[in-house]
Design a protein. Sequence first.
Length: 175
Amino acid sequence: MEKYLKLPLNDDEIKSLRSGDMLYLSGTIYTARDAAHKRMYETLQSGGELPYDINGSFVYYLGPTPARPGQVIGSAGPTTSSRMDKYTPLLLEKGLKGMIGKGKRSPEVIQSIVENGAVYLAAIGGLGALLSKRIVESEVIAYDDLGTEAIRKLKVEELPVVVIIDTEGNNLYER
């Protein structure tokens, strides 16, 4: 099913998503890759606060290329999601509701997705230049020292993604 959705989503909207649904997301999402995930995880483990309110948020596993003149952001293709698997259950427990990346997730992450009423979405790898055209604003909000892996706040308009794992654990990659 094809759905056009405005972020943030409420719990009922997230629960209505089914593995295989084609979504067009508009609103605010955040970016974070390996180094940012490691830092957020360590911050939470030491009792610290995250640099943004993760509750109800969606994260895009993205480290964009530098923007060319006149562009908001450079190529914005997804990175391999499994590299964030060791950090993901804790972030889901803290309120993360959606992840956008590519590739399979571990059984522990799938279990945590179900337990926390979250979803895993895929953006199509290899289409980074086209996906970047759906990003209308980009601002580094944390970990600037990480360069392209800094956390960014993005405003997206109709970002195309597919539901891979829904709140019930249905997995498009296994169907």
